[in-house]
Design a protein. Structure first.
Lengths: 188, 154
C-alpha cells in the first residue's frame, strides 16, 4: 500500500508542475484548454536543441523559437503572439535569442488533440528587467517588410504572397472553377 | 497480490519517468509521415471552431494567413498526430517561409527526422516525396472558416 501511495505521489508531480498561473497578468482569450502561465525560461532555437543544427543568432528570425522553462526544463513552443491577426510568436522572441527571460501568456492544453506545452505569448522581459515588452510587434515588422503593400485593412488582406496564392489556387485552394461554384452559393 | 499490483504500478511510474528523461534527450528517429499541412494555432486552440472545421478547403485561406503570419505549420496525420515542421527540404524558414506557405492545406508525404520532446513531435523534413494537394473538401460541410475569410463581393 505504501508503494502505491508513493507511486501516486510521483504521478502527481507532473500535474502540479503544470500550474504556472501564479502572478500571471495574462489576458484570458476564452479558449478551450487555456491556462494563464508566467514563467522564467531561456529563448532557444528548437532545431539547435533537438538536432544540433545551430546557426548564429537562432537563424536571424527565419526559425520558430521555443522557451526552455527554467523550473522543469520543459521546452514550450509558442504558437501565437498577443495580436488577434493570425500572427506567430517567433518575431517577438527573436530579439531575446539565447537570453534568460520571463514570459506571461496562455498555455493551451487539450489532451484529445495532443496539445501540450504550446503557448500564446503576451509579454516578455529579459531576466532582471522591470520593463515588460508586449508581444505585439509582428504587424510592425510586416509593414516594414512590405512597404509596397501599405493601405487600408488588415495585413492579411494585403499580403502579396497570400494574394498570389489565392490568385493561383483560389479561396478554397481548389482552383477557379470550384471557387465559382462555391461563391455563388456562399453569397446568395 | 496487493504487493504485486503496487510493484507493477511503481514500475510503470518509474518507466514513465525514464521515458520522460529519454524524451528530454530528444533522440531522432527516421520516419515517413503523411499528413495535411495545418495551421497549428487554430487547430489546437479551437479559436475558429472544432478541429474538423479548421482543416482542408474550408480553412485554406486562414491556413495561408497563419502560415504567412509565422504560426508554426504542422502535419496532421490520419491518426490525429500533429508533427511540427521545423525545416522542410533544406529550408529552415519555418517563421512564415515560402516553402511552407505553398503547401498550406495540402496532404503531403514527407521523409525526415522526428524528434519527440515534452509531448510535442518535431519534424525535420528532408524530402517531400508526394503532394496530393488538398484532399479534405471541408467547405462542403462548413463553408469557409472563419466566415469572413472571403470578402463579400457586394
Amino acid at each position: 500500500m505504501r508503494q502505491v501511495a508513493f507511486a501516486m505521489a510521483l504521478l502527481a508531480v507532473p500535474a502540479a508542475a503544470q500550474d504556472f498561473s501564479d502572478g500571471s497578468e495574462a489576458r484570458e482569450w476564452g479558449l478551450y484548454g487555456e491556462s494563464k502561465a508566467r514563467f522564467a525560461a531561456t529563448v532557444v532555437d528548437p532545431l539547435c536543441e533537438l538536432a544540433g543544427d545551430c546557426p548564429d543568432n537562432c537563424g536571424d528570425g527565419r526559425r520558430q523559437l521555443a522557451l526552455l522553462r527554467t523550473e522543469d526544463d520543459v521546452m514550450v513552443l509558442p504558437l501565437k503572439n498577443a495580436q488577434p491577426v493570425f500572427s506567430g510568436a517567433a518575431n517577438e522572441l527573436a530579439p531575446f535569442c539565447g537570453q534568460a527571460v520571463e514570459v506571461d501568456g496562455l498555455l493551451i492544453t487539450d489532451e484529445d488533440l495532443g496539445a501540450r506545452n504550446v503557448y500564446l505569448l503576451q509579454k516578455i522581459r529579459a531576466a532582471g528587467s522591470d520593463e515588460w515588452v508586449a508581444a505585439n510587434k509582428w504587424t510592425k515588422d510586416w509593414a516594414e517588410a512590405n512597404p509596397d503593400a501599405a493601405g487600408e485593412g488588415p495585413w492579411f488582406r494585403r499580403d502579396p504572397r497570400v494574394l498570389a496564392e489565392i490568385e493561383k489556387e483560389g479561396w478554397l485552394g481548389l482552383g477557379a472553377e470550384a471557387d465559382a461554384d462555391f461563391l455563388e452559393e456562399w453569397f446568395r | 497480490m496487493k504487493q504485486r499490483t503496487g510493484a507493477v504500478l511503481l514500475a510503470g511510474v518509474m518507466g514513465g519517468l525514464a521515458w520522460g528523461g529519454a524524451a528530454a534527450a530528444a533522440e531522432g528517429e527516421r520516419v515517413t509521415v503523411t499528413g495535411e499541412a495545418i495551421d497549428t494555432w487554430c487547430y489546437y486552440s479551437g479559436v475558429m471552431g472544432g478541429p474538423e472545421a479548421v482543416v482542408g478547403s474550408a480553412h485554406h485561406t486562414c491556413a495561408l494567413w497563419c502560415s504567412a503570419g509565422g504560426i508554426p505549420v504542422g502535419l496532421l496525420a490520419d491518426d490525429g498526430t500533429v508533427y511540427m515542421v521545423l525545416k522542410i527540404a533544406g529550408d529552415d524558414t519555418a517563421n512564415g517561409g515560402d516553402t511552407q506557405l505553398r503547401i498550406a492545406s495540402h496532404e503531403i508525404t514527407a521523409e525526415g527526422m522526428l524528434y519527440r520532446r515534452d509531448g510535442i513531435n518535431y519534424l525535420v523534413v528532408e524530402q517531400v516525396v508526394a503532394d496530393a494537394d488538398i484532399v479534405r473538401l471541408t467547405h462542403e460541410d462548413f463553408g469557409v472558416v472563419p466566415g469572413f475569410a472571403i470578402p463579400d463581393p457586394q
